[in-house]
Ligand binder design. Sequence first.
Ligand code: SAM
Length: 290
Amino acid sequence: MKDDKSLELWVRESHEDFYASEYRLKRTLFSEQSAFQQVDVVETTYFGKMLLNDGLVMVTERDEFIYHEMMAHVPLFLHPNPKKVLVIGGGDGGTVREVIRHPQVEHCRLVEIDEAVVRACKEYIPLTSNALSDPKVIVDINDGVKFVAETDERFDVVMVDSTDPIGPAQPLFGTEFYENIKRVLTEDGIVVSQGESPFFNQNIQKSLLGVLGQVFKKVHLYNFANLTYPGGYWSFTYASEKICPLKNFQESRVKELGLEMKYYNARVHKAAFALPEFIQKALCENLTDF
Ligand code: SAM
């Protein structure tokens, strides 16, 4: 019998009004309109379970390791002694999972605004959310903007694992937020942030790097392949007063810790900061020279 396509289920992620990706589904596992966004978890035929916020792919079991390893290990192998880490957003738990693999880390606070995201991932995506039950981890359902404005806690590394700059995530791309991030960082502090697409969002990247440049001395961008993000190539921003992501990188630390990785290694760390010409030329005014 001809393959009856009418029986096929697909989820379509539209990015801007000119680009979309589709993922074949087996079934929907969770679907809820929270106070902040539509939260869905679906089971796909190839990418495993998938978290979507407002119809945008956040996490899939097949490729989540890339984003979470690159967000966590780049700053943690650079900071001289990362004891206290703050993750803003990241309610799926994947970034936290990678953070607590570092034995120096004594305490990791996750500040996620939407409890529905944590609940959905705890129920359906243990691959990333199991880490949230670790004794080193505090899950704080709160607005990251408010938290950094009010806290008297100090952190060695901050990771802003946020959605795109819309709705509650919009202030996470602003100057006031990063002035507070600088306030809560210790002397050798590093902040890395979800930095959007070099193909589709250079305007947002320019703006975010400009904000970081107003607050921090060292501002960089690093890239990675990402199977289920639009265009398959994504960025993180990096900022610090003192630590250079290349000059202060001691490859030996990666080898000595000997963590089993699926994407990150010392060569990838260094290569991630080597920007293709179309990116370097577009963003050079906002990037610190090495
Ligand atoms: N870690 C995943 C990945 O691989 O990209 C996805 C990122 S995570 C799901 C993004 C989270 O940021 C969402 O759960 C969203 O609720 C959260 N978020 C957005 N604005 C926030 C804010 N102001 N404070 C705290 N969390 C926020």
